[in-house]
Each structure stands twice: as C-alpha cells, then as structure tokens.
Design a binder for this molecule. Structure first.
Ligand code: HEM
Length: 458
C-alpha cells in the first residue's frame, strides 16, 4: 500500500501487486516457477506437477490429469457422487446430529481437516483405500500432528538452502532428525493408500474405483511405453510407482489443508453472523431435495450441482471467505525471462524472483472497498457489472494461468455440499475463537489451530 504496485524486496527479488503489468504478465506464460517449489514440495525422491519447474514436463503431467478434475467430469462423476454420499450421509450427518443434540462445545478445525482428507482421498483412491478420519479420531490426530510437526522448518528449506546444507555439513542440522521419521511416516502412509488403490484398479463399482490413481498410473505407463525403445524394466516400474505416490500425495495435501481452512473460516464468519446464517439457510432450503440427514428407510438423494451452483448467497459466502481468508495467502514465486517489463519498469534482469500474493491482492480497497471486512454481498450484483469483473481479476485464491489450481472445481463442489449439509438443518455459534488470525506462511492456518463452536438444530 505504501510503495505502490511493484516493490524491490532485495537484490534480485521483486513483489508485484497489480493486475495489468503484474499478475496478467507474470502468471500467464514465460515466467517459470522458481526452484523454491521443488526445494520444499518434493517427496518419494521425486517431484509432482505442483513442484515441476519446466513448462514442458509440467504440461505433459497436467494434461494427464486435467480431465478428472474438470468441472463437467466432476459434476457427472458417479464415483464422486458415491464418495459424497458416503461422507455426508454415513459419516458427517451422524456427527452433526450428535453435536447438536448434546449442545457440547466442539473444536471444528480438526474435524474439517478430517472431512477434507476423506473427500479427496476417497476420490483419488476410492472409498475403501481412502481415509476414514471422520470416524477415526485417534488416527486423524496422530496423522495431523505428524503432518504439521514439520511445518516450522519450511522456511529454512524454501529460503535458506545454503545455510541448511552448511548446518548439515557442520553436524548441527537446522532440521532435526525426527523430521525424517515424520516424512517416512507420511510417505509410507501415502504408498500404502496407492497399493490398496492398485488392488481395485479394474473395479467398476463407483464406490471403489480409484479415479485419479488409475488415470495417472495408466497415463504414465502409456507415456513410458511411448518414450522408450524397449519394454519397461522393473526399475522403470518401481520409479513409476513412486511418481504416482508423489503426485497423489501432493493432491491430498494440497487438497485437504486448503479446503479445511476455507470451511473453518467460513463457519467462523457465519457463526458471528446469525442473521446472514438464517438468510443462507432460507436459500439452501430452496434446493430440491434439501441436503438433510437421511430418514430411516429412505434412500437419501442430493440436489443437482446445477441447482447448487445457482444459489447466489452460497457462492458469495464462499468467494468472500476465500478473499478475506485465502488458504494460500503467501508468495507464488516465478522467475523473470529476458527483457521483462512489469508495472511500468523495463529491462528487469532475467532470473529475478518475482512474487504476487493473494493476501495483498485481496486488500486493494479500490477493488474491494472496506477490504478487511467479510461482506459476501459485494459478490452479488447484476450480471456483467464491471465491479464484479474487476473483483474477479484480482481474486487470486486459486492463482491464475497455466499453474492455476487444478483442484479448484473439486474444492468448490465439496465446500458447497458441506456448507449445504451443515446450514440447512443446523446452527453454529462461537464458543472460543481466540487465535483466529492466520500464521504467516505459504499455506496458512489459525494461530491457535482451532475454532470452538456450539451446534444447534435449526
Ligand atoms: C479451497 C481450496 C484450494 C485452494 C484455495 C487452492 C489454492 C491453490 C493455489 C493458490 C495454487 C497455485 C499455487 C502456486 O502456484 O504457488 C494451487 C495449485 C494447485 N492445487 Fe490447489 N487449492 C485448493 C484445492 C485443491 C485441491 C482440492 C486439490 C486436489 C487436487 C489441489 C491441487 C493443486 C495442485 C496439484 C496444484 C498445482 C497446479 C499446477 O502447478 O499446475 N488444490 N492451488
């Protein structure tokens, strides 16, 4: 705000905070990802689509997977329908009913992580090979605590690789040994899920079909055969197993933390805002059928995705939550090519690190008046309104361009259904919201890592 839309942060690092001459230029081509990504986000000794730096390698991988995450595929997917029905009707409704009838105080952020993990792993691996963290609290607590224990060291991996190597060479490593054990636990868990999914690779039962796993494995096998002169060796196949494990593990990590954070902040905002909660409930009750707990004997049904997408307040509440509380508020670093010009500055040297961040873009008060306030109605305007178009240019929760989030439609579909399931029949109010301010990180979370709510019957 003080220094304008382009700021030099260091000898070879700049930050941009504008659409024209900024986002539009950097993120739509020619500016490749910085090695910052593979430094942190590699696993299984390899890298995923998310952390690939080169354009060619990345676009081959993205083409393999784009279809199974496209909106039309997801909305027509009998497999995702089976996952959704299992999670909503068998797992989450009994939990919500229990919370509402006991009127006890409930910590929801852990629950949202479990919910998001069950959703994404159910779709990637099929329900039997995916997680059931909603119904297994002690397992999810163990998993989440190991997963998060490593986070405090991310900064060193991303920003100080030389210091890291030096500290290791001197025998005083900045990253403790137990992190290796934590990484091994996560990788073994991911590999086990892949191996279980592999047993069901030929399944045609929508509940069991491992949609993403199968799509990726088959596409990688085809690519391997097409690019080598001989039959794939044992070594090639072992490497392929790790490539699939790395990619799918990345999807389940990218997919659960972000969706869980959106749900937590959305529940928080609605819990502070009972009138808007009522207004949303009235809108949700126009769906046919309603997203409500199943009555005994009846086979529960879900409304069409088209009718859910047509609800303006539901959409606005989610957009505004993603704007005010972007799950990835941190920098998305790229490298300048030769002859770069940005925000009116020319001849910017090649290989300069350039970043934008949703955190700052979403605070532009020319585009989002009163930017720190959560005001969903700002997203409800007559179609074609120029203010909405401008807000959409600056809305950056999912990034933009060729490296934009591949899971955005999956996340939005999942979040809409969960919000409909909760707020059609239940109410929430705040019990303890200390520490909701986000930590300063690439993927954030509330400082307290918790939100305590009370549930009631609407
Ligand atoms: C509310 C939920 C989500 C948010 C806010 C979100 C946000 C983002 C953002 C900002 C990026 C770009 C990051 C960068 O370039 O530094 C990204 C990329 C990505 N996201 Fe998401 N994401 C969400 C859900 C998901 C889900 C459900 C998946 C599951 C597949 C997923 C998988 C990915 C992958 C694989 C990439 C890398 C895409 C590429 O490099 O081409 N995300 N996401």
């Amino acid at each position: 705000m003080k220094h304008g839309p382009i700021v030099r942060l260091g000898p070879s690092e700049i930050s941009i905070n504008c659409y024209e001459g900024g986002l539009r230029t950097v993120y739509t081509g020619g500016y490749e990802k910085h090695e910052w990504y593979p430094r942190l986000f590699g696993s299984f000794g390899t890298i995923s689509m998310f952390s690939m730096v080169g354009t060619k390698q990345h676009s081959i991988r993205k083409r393999m997977l784009a279809n199974v995450y496209s909106k039309s595929y997801l909305q027509g997917s009998s497999q995702l329908k089976a996952v959704t029905r299992t999670i909503l009707f068998d797992r989450i409704f009994p939990i919500l009913k229990d919370y509402a009838s006991s009127e006890s105080s409930v910590e929801v952020h852990e629950l949202n992580n479990a919910l998001a993990l069950d959703f994404i792993t159910g779709y990637i691996f099929g329900v039997p090979a995916g997680s059931n963290f909603l119904q297994e609290p002690s397992l999810r607590q163990k998993w989440l605590s190991i997963y998060h224990s490593r986070k405090i060291f991310e900064f060193y991996i991303q920003e100080t690789p030389t210091l890291l190597s030096l500290s290791e060479a001197l025998g005083i490593p900045l990253i403790p040994k137990w992190c290796t054990t934590a990484n091994e636990y996560m990788e073994n868990w991911g590999l086990e899920a892949c191996d279980k999914a592999d047993e069901n690779i030929s399944s045609t039962d929508p509940m069991t079909e491992p949609v993403v796993y199968r799509q990726l494995k088959q596409a990688l096998e085809k690519h391997l055969i097409a690019t080598s002169d001989s039959e794939p060796s044992e070594k090639d196949l072992a490497q392929l197993r790790l490539e699939v494990a790395c990619e799918t593990f990345d999807h389940l990590t990218a997919g659960h933390e972000t969706s869980a954070l959106t749900l937590t902040y959305l529940f928080w905002e609605l819990s502070k805002n009972p009138e808007l909660q009522d207004q949303l409930r009235r809108e949700l009750r126009t769906l046919s059928p309603n997203v409500v707990p199943p009555t005994s004997g009846a086979s529960p049904k879900l409304p069409s995705h088209k009718s859910i997408d047509a609800l303006p307040l539901l959409d606005a509440v989610i957009m505004e939550t993603l704007r005010v509380h972007p799950p990835i508020p941190g920098i998305q670093p790229r490298l300048t090519p030769a002859d770069a010009s940005l925000a009116g500055y020319h001849n910017i040297p090649p290989n300069t690190r350039v970043n934008a961040q949703a955190y700052s873009l979403h605070k532009n008060d020319d585009v989002f008046p009163n930017p720190d306030s959560w005001l969903p109605n700002r997203w409800i305007a007559p179609p074609g309104s120029s203010e909405i178009d401008e807000m959409k240019h600056w809305f950056w929760a999912f990034g933009s361009g060729g490296r934009m989030c591949i899971g955005s439609h999956f996340a939005l579909q999942e979040i809409k259904l969960v919000v409909a399931a909760l707020y059609t029949s239940f109410t929430t109010s705040v019990v303890d919201d200390q520490g909701m301010e986000p930590i300063d990180a690439y993927t954030t979370r509330p400082t307290s890592n918790k939100l305590v709510l009370k549930f009631g019957l609407a």
